[in-house]
Design a protein around this ligand. Sequence first.
Ligand SMILES: Nc1ncnc2c1ncn2[C@@H]1O[C@H](COP(=O)(O)OP(=O)(O)OP(=O)(O)O)[C@@H](O)[C@H]1O
Ligand SMILES: [Mg+2]
Length: 307
Amino acid sequence: MFLSVCLNPTLQKTLSFPSIIPGTVNRTASHRLDVSGKGINVTRVLTQLGKKAIHLTQLGGVMRPLFLSLCEQDKLSVEWVESESQIRFCYTMLTECDDGVTELVEEAEPVSAGTEERLLERFNSLLGDGSLGLKWLIVSGTKAAGFSDKVIPFMVQKAKEKGLKVILDIRGKDLTESLQYRPDVVKPNLFEFASTFAPELIKDNDLAINSVAKEQIKSAMLEMAKKHDCRVILTNGSRKILAADGDNYFEADINPVKAVNSIGCGDAFTAGLAAALEDGANFNEAIAEGIRCGALNAGFVKPGVIR
Ligand SMILES: Nc1ncnc2c1ncn2[C@@H]1O[C@H](COP(=O)(O)OP(=O)(O)OP(=O)(O)O)[C@@H](O)[C@H]1O
Ligand SMILES: [Mg+2]
């Protein structure tokens, strides 16, 4: 059983247009609404892979019943605590040109005082419930404002103490403060890793990767893998995957497909990787399953699905 935690739930509007002309009125009849956020995407793909997964999050405001009914439609098992903050919307605009995926992200309202305590209480009780048979914790994405920097490292620490395997798709302080508890797999994308460990490589929201920069990323990955006894995987859209396992650095090729919607590819990758590891796959086999699920997700308009 997987516990997939994300502290930043989202209602995701996906809108398709032939093209968008900025500064004019753009209309479309092709739009959809889904529950999303990285943890929901991971949970949805795990569920579609036939795995048992519980999603833990915070929810508040008038959109909560809608959020929960969409979760039910997707057959997601959700545990939530009251946050007294409105669920945010994010918007994906798909156009038929190259680079046709534009994402508009609303930052979440701060969660109310007491949300962190409620969340950790629920987390502890899930962890303590032997009947669930939790074996894996996956933490994905950013956290809404109002949570402290301690909340994610605390969950990682508790999960490791309980003997769970831990997969992290997080960045910044959430990641650096969690490493001391020895997560099993660290899987942000290349940009998120660089923004955390080599911010000087990012200019104008863009990562310029030359051979010197690549060496820097590679040694940061190897250092992390060695020091914290974890595996590190960096995805990079339709480009090669970078991976480190102990002293071993390698790259994995992918076969790029023309993406209909690339949102959630990283989450589908995480779910595929996690499901394969649970099935006893080795690291390479698990990456291959991640690649398969990431590519499948790219083929659908709905984010965070493989069918
Ligand atoms: N166009 C594509 N063709 C084939 N596979 C893809 C494509 N885009 C993404 N993938 C697969 O999905 C994986 C994850 O993609 P990406 O690096 O874009 O994730 P991400 O940026 O973390 O996305 P998100 O956080 O929205 O889920 C890639 O490593 C690759 O295996
Ligand atoms: Mg990602």
